[in-house]
Ligand binder design. Sequence first.
Ligand SMILES: Cc1cc2nc3c(=O)[nH]c(=O)nc-3n(C[C@H](O)[C@H](O)[C@H](O)COP(=O)(O)OP(=O)(O)OC[C@H]3O[C@@H](n4cnc5c(N)ncnc54)[C@H](O)[C@@H]3O)c2cc1C
Length: 280
Amino acid sequence: MASTAVVKASIDVVQIVGADGVSSKVRAAMGAQYLTWNYGQMGLVATVRLSEPTENKVAWQRFLPTGPVALLPLTDELSSLVWSINSDEARRLLNLTDECFADALNEALWKQHPRHPAVDTATRRLDSILDSLMLRSSAVRQLQPSVAEIEPNSRAAFPLAFGHSTRYMGAGVVLIGDAAHRVHPLAGQGVNLGFGDVKCLTEQLTESVYSGQSIGSKSPLLNYETSRQRHNVPTMLAIDGLQKLYSTEATPIVVLRSLGLQLTHALTPLKSAIMNHAAV
Ligand SMILES: Cc1cc2nc3c(=O)[nH]c(=O)nc-3n(C[C@H](O)[C@H](O)[C@H](O)COP(=O)(O)OP(=O)(O)OC[C@H]3O[C@@H](n4cnc5c(N)ncnc54)[C@H](O)[C@@H]3O)c2cc1C
């Protein structure tokens, strides 16, 4: 008599990848603790048309007393604006006509702000020390672009906050991207952190499958969480520190941050190390 054996197999899988952004419902359902604070600022974004088409390859950022304003290249004629500014001012800027907004933006990009003489003296002295050590950068400083107009209906503003989920994993669940972490846009690192999460999670899951483990087993997810938190948390704290460092006009802090920036620019290995850390 022929018999048919029915083989039942259960396959463990990672059931959910929470990639649902800063207000992640997956994170809430996991019951993960979430550490967050607001910056009292909004990130005002828009697509802007430059006054003159250029080989638009440089991302510009200017740290103003009110917050950083950045232009990120899109094409030779268009750039993407990210302007971090206090929430009331952001709402005012959102309500301006396109022409008035372009004027306000050009003023933010170009207006000269008086510097404390102590800052000038300190940076000049450091310049001459770097010169004597032949460490001064030979890079030619390019001027920031001017904006001709704003692309219609491209303006929007988003609240800015810090956010850290203490867990990136639960049973069959992982968090990636802004669901796991949220940073101020001043360092342009939000997407990079998310890409790093995806790369790490993929590697961990692949490795666990090749080594014969179930794809749903805990250890690759735990490795993912540990590895990414080791990278992400220091990066997030550094960005938060920069936000605070550039939110003050106290002269000693302005002197220190100006010298720090000058040194970082001059010391190529230090600059490369920072860029390499930010790239993963
Ligand atoms: C003003 C501003 C400027 C920024 N500038 C930069 C920058 O210059 N460089 C940079 O690297 N980063 C920047 N960032 C950060 C960057 O935008 C984020 O880090 C990135 O978008 C996070 O990607 P994500 O896929 O994790 O989340 P999101 O981009 O938020 O995507 C989450 C997606 O999930 C969807 N979703 C949510 N809930 C549900 C649900 N219940 N069901 C179905 N779908 C759902 C949402 O609709 C959304 O499409 C900026 C952020 C802001 C606010």
